[in-house]
Each structure stands twice: as structure tokens, then as C-alpha cells.
Design a protein around this ligand. Structure first.
Ligand SMILES: [Fe+2]
Ligand SMILES: [Fe+2]
Length: 257
């Protein structure tokens, strides 16, 4: 069952936020929000049950009403955050398994491997907090991805520096694209909000900034990999293609399972 649906029944409305410590977040739907969504789509008719007022209350100093996510949009974020957490778990495990082998023969790469690992650990921690905060179910494939990522890191580490870098190149190509798609999707919501004279919830704006920052860091890893001879890996094409295919499959599966 969808994790957002599972707590839908106990969610309080945004208008109660100022009085209730149980108030959830912008990913939490409510009857008021549905009323408010219908209102915004019917332009200047009178606000239902003070719905407009409730959305304005959340605007932290802004006079614009808050854009209310549809069920489909909430489900999109639900699966995006689940996939991102799984991907960042995999990234930390890949580097954990690769690093000892890579730095044994190429000690000068220790700072770079540590830098990339540290960033992945930061990403993982970010998504752990986000899925806990928004009560999103982690992927049921979590233990499988742990084994697969460790094996991928270990095996490319055994193959050598170039293969390890080709692995990073392949993974980051897919993950960078994946984050880019998410950024683009949320930007389309922002444009929709703007056209209605509304604005995104502050938390969603912050999430968008987080996705952009992490995407940029993933693309930085991709650059490091290419600078460190990822293209010299043997056999380059089959290796990169298999890893990219695996990433895409893992993303698709984690979106749902
Ligand atoms: Fe990452
Ligand atoms: Fe990365």
C-alpha cells in the first residue's frame, strides 16, 4: 500500500498547524487541501470553508497562497524520495567496497575517494531524514540493493582503477539524469503555481534546492571519474552499459517496490 495513503486518515489540516504539535508536512493531504485545490481551479469563486485562508497561513511572510500538491504529485515525491534513498545507500556501499582496492594501488586517489564517499554519505543521511520526516516507506529491495551495490563496488575495484572510475561514470550518468528529471518535474509544478498566483510550500522549495545541490555533486563525481581515466577501462562499453542498465532497472523497481 502506498505509504502516504497509510497515514492519510490521521492527517490534520494545515489550518491546525499553528495549534497542533502533530501537524504533518506539505506531503500530507487533507480534506481542506482538496477543497482548496478545487477552488484554485475554478478561479475567483468564493473560497470553500476558508480554504484560501488556510493556505495563506502557511506562507511564512508571503502573501501568495500555497500551491497544494495533487495526489499524483504526492505519489511522485513519495517514490522519488524512496528511490533517492536507495540510490544513495548504494553509492555509499559502492565506494566502501571500492576504496580499499583502489587506494592500495593508487594511494594518491585516497583524498578523492574519501571526498566522493563523504558526499554520498551526506546524501544518504539527507534522504534518510526526509523519508523519516515524511513517513515514506523505504524500498522493500533494500537488502538486495545492499548486496548488489557492495558486489558492484568490490568487483569493479578488483578490476582496477579505470573500471572503478567507469563504474562511477556509469552510475552518475544515470543518477544525474534521474535527479535532473526530478528537478524538472518540480520546476513544472512551480510554473503551474506561478500561473495560478500561488507559490510552492517552503519545504518543497527547500527540497528542490536539495535535489539541485545533490545533482550537481553527482555530476562532479562523473567529471572526477572521466578525469581519472574511466574511459580507459577494459572492456569499457559492456561494463558501462551493464551498470547503466542495472541502475535504470533498480530505479524502476524502487519506485514501486
Ligand atoms: Fe549521491
Ligand atoms: Fe555520486
Amino acid at each position: 500500500m502506498n505509504s502516504l495513503s497509510s497515514f492519510r486518515g490521521c492527517v490534520l489540516s494545515r489550518s491546525a498547524r499553528s495549534t497542533s504539535p502533530l501537524m504533518l508536512d506539505f506531503l500530507a493531504p487533507s480534506i481542506l487541501r482538496h477543497s482548496r485545490t478545487r477552488h484554485s481551479s475554478t478561479a475567483a469563486s468564493s473560497p470553500p470553508h476558508g480554504a484560501r485562508q488556510s493556505s495563506q497561513d502557511s506562507g511564512a511572510g508571503s502573501s501568495k497562497p500555497t500551491y497544494i500538491l495533487s495526489k499524483k504529485q504526492r505519489e511522485y515525491l513519495d517514490s522519488a524520495l524512496r528511490v533517492n534513498q536507495a540510490g544513495e545507500l548504494a553509492a555509499t556501499l559502492i565506494y566502501t567496497a571500492q576504496t580499499p582496492q583502489v587506494v592500495r594501488s593508487h594511494p594518491h586517489l585516497r583524498p578523492l575517494m574519501k571526498h566522493m564517499y563523504d558526499q554520498e554519505a551526506g546524501h544518504f543521511s539527507t534522504f534518510n531524514k526526509l523519508i523519516a520526516k515524511h513517513r515514506i516507506r523505504p524500498t522493500a529491495m533494500y537488502p538486495i540493493w545492499e548486496v548488489a551495490a557492495t558486489f558492484l563496488g568490490w568487483s569493479t575495484g578488483v578490476m582496477g582503477r579505470e573500471a572503478a572510475m567507469a563504474c562511477t561514470e556509469a552510475v552518475e550518468t544515470e543518477i544525474g539524469t534521474h535527479y535532473n528529471d526530478q528537478v524538472r518535474e518540480i520546476l513544472s509544478w512551480e510554473a503551474d503555481a506561478k500561473s495560478r498566483g500561488e507559490e510552492l510550500d517552503d519545504e518543497l522549495k527547500e527540497m528542490l534546492a536539495t535535489f539541485r545541490r545533490i545533482r550537481d555533486e553527482e555530476l562532479e563525481h562523473l567529471d572526477h571519474a572521466v578525469e581519472n581515466d574511466a574511459k580507459e577501462a577494459q572492456p569499457y562499453d559492456p561494463l558501462v552499459n551493464v551498470i547503466r542498465l542495472g541502475c535504470r532497472a533498480a530505479i524502476k523497481i524502487s519506485e514501486r517496490v
